[in-house]
Each structure stands twice: as structure tokens, then as C-alpha cells.
Design a protein around this ligand. Structure first.
Ligand code: NDP
Length: 247
């Protein structure tokens, strides 16, 4: 009888070092708390405010490569090399295409796409050295569905899928997984700006009939970062109540 290879030992995942970008509020804050509750040693970046208690806070604007490098160096000094990277920080600048300024475009691409590239690139070398890594990029349902008024945002979020799948191919041989989590509409500051009519319109299209909670997203991230996600790479995991029907 052939021996079935065991998946990576769960014990080894205890105490892994995780870094979450944008961990001071919204979904990122809850991801950081969730990972900490699961036994990861967690650091989180912030530009404003602060990170939750028990999390190592590192100030960082992800559009600035020097700040990214300094943030990783601080985590390495305090906790050790980052083994799990959750690239969560993101922004919107919604407006219709014909009104979209260069500035609206650049602000969103610079943060959501180029900023994510900065953190992923900085995270990769120590992961390659350790022959272990888990990279989770937070995209959005609109990256696959498109969204009127969000050409900049949807483009940036679709780009993350190509990024993760390329990382999965490039780094898979070194024991590094790269996946995308695509939330639907989650109750945070980002969606608080939507008026009631728009929210009701969205809810009507969600088979589960409700907005998502940050905890819903955090649970999916924890799965990919933990032992259960050992053999999952290049995947796009929707957490959207069925809004995108698997896309
Ligand atoms: P919030 O607006 O509540 O929080 C955004 C986070 O990103 C903040 O921590 C913010 O930091 C950080 N951030 C923004 N720009 C930068 C930057 N240049 N450098 C470092 N950090 C930055 O958003 P959500 O929590 O709702 O969203 C989190 C992620 O989930 C985003 O990528 C978003 O696109 C995605 N998403 C959200 C959905 C939703 O419905 N809410 C749906 C689908 C995807 P600061 O406080 O300092 O500005």
C-alpha cells in the first residue's frame, strides 16, 4: 500500500509570523485579530489610528518602498521573518469613467496594485529562504464582475488575480502559496458611504441576502494561511454571499 503523504504538520503552523497591511481598521483589523486568536504571531501596518491590542503595529504607507522595507525590518527584528502576508490595504476613488481624473486612477492603482506589489516583493525573499510562505491578496468581487463607477478599483482588483497566479507559479516550488480572497459587500468604512437605496439594490442580488461581516473574510484568510490551506494555490476564493456566483 502506498504511503499517503501527510499535509504540513499543523503544529508547525502554531506561532507563524503573519503581517496584515491596513490592520488599523475595517477588514484588516479583524483579520489581524482572527489570526492572533488562531495562534499566529501577528503584526499589522497602520498609517492612522492604531492596531488592536496584542498585535505588533508598524507604521507604513505601502505606496512608499522605503516605508515597506522599514516595516518588514521592524517585524523581522521583533517577531522574525514574515511567513504569512495578507495584503489587505486598499482604497476607492469612485466616479464614472468620463469624470475620472488621472489622480483618481493613480491613487487607486498606486495603492491597490503597486502597493501590493511592493509588499509582496519585500516578503518573497525571506519566504524563499525559509522555503515556506503564505501570500493572501484581498481583491473584490468587482474585480471579476466589473462595476460602473469603479473602473480604477475593478482594474486594480482584477490585477491582483494575475499577480497571485503568477506568484503561485513562480514561488510554488519553494513551498509558497499565493491566493486571492475576493470579498463581496462587507460592512466597513468603505461601504458606509453607500446610500440606503444602493445597499438595498446590492442586497437583492446577494443569494444569502445580507452584507458580509469582516469576520467572514477573516475566516477565509485564516483557512488559506493555516494548515488547511497547504495544498491551495493560485485560487480565487469568493467571500460574497454568492453575489459573484463563484467568480
Ligand atoms: P477601509 O477603508 O475600512 O480600510 C482600508 C485600510 O487600508 C485602512 O487600514 C487603511 O489605512 C489602509 N490603507 C489604505 N491606503 C493605504 C496605504 N497607502 N498604505 C497603507 N495602508 C493603506 O476598507 P475595508 O476594510 O473595507 O477594505 C479592506 C480591503 O478589502 C481593501 O483592499 C478593499 O478593497 C477590500 N474590499 C472591501 C470590501 C468592502 O465591502 N468593504 C469589498 C471587497 C473588497 P488608513 O486607516 O491609514 O487609511
Amino acid at each position: 500500500m502506498t504511503e499517503v503523504p501527510t499535509s504540513e504538520a499543523s503544529a508547525v503552523d502554531q506561532g507563524r509570523v503573519a503581517l496584515v497591511t491596513g490592520g488599523n481598521r475595517g477588514i484588516g483589523r479583524v483579520i489581524a485579530q482572527h489570526l492572533a486568536a488562531e495562534g499566529f504571531r501577528v503584526a499589522a501596518t497602520y498609517r492612522t489610528g492604531d492596531v488592536p491590542p496584542g498585535i505588533l503595529g508598524v507604521r507604513c504607507d505601502i505606496t512608499d518602498t522605503e516605508q515597506v522595507d522599514a516595516a518588514f525590518a521592524a517585524v523581522e527584528a521583533e517577531l522574525g521573518p514574515v511567513e504569512v502576508l495578507v495584503a489587505n490595504a486598499g482604497v476607492t476613488r469612485d466616479t464614472l469613467l468620463m469624470r475620472m481624473s488621472e489622480d483618481d486612477w493613480d491613487a487607486v492603482i498606486d495603492t491597490n496594485l503597486t502597493g501590493t506589489f511592493h509588499v509582496v516583493r519585500r516578503a518573497a525573499r525571506p519566504m524563499v529562504r525559509a522555503r515556506f510562505g503564505r501570500i493572501v491578496l484581498i481583491s473584490s468581487v468587482v474585480g471579476q464582475l466589473g462595476s460602473a463607477g469603479q473602473v480604477n478599483y475593478a482594474t486594480s482588483k482584477a490585477g491582483l488575480v494575475g499577480m497571485a497566479r503568477s506568484l503561485a507559479r513562480e514561488l510554488g516550488g519553494r513551498g509558497i502559496t499565493a491566493n486571492v480572497v475576493a470579498p463581496g459587500f462587507v460592512e466597513t468604512d468603505m461601504t458606509a458611504a453607500l446610500d440606503e437605496k444602493t445597499v438595498a439594490g446590492y442586497k437583492a442580488q446577494i443569494p444569502l441576502g445580507r452584507m458580509g461581516a469582516s469576520e467572514d473574510v477573516a475566516a477565509a484568510v485564516a483557512f488559506l494561511a493555516g494548515p488547511g490551506g497547504a495544498y491551495v494555490t493560485g485560487a480565487l476564493l469568493p467571500v460574497d454571499g454568492g453575489l459573484g456566483m463563484g467568480h
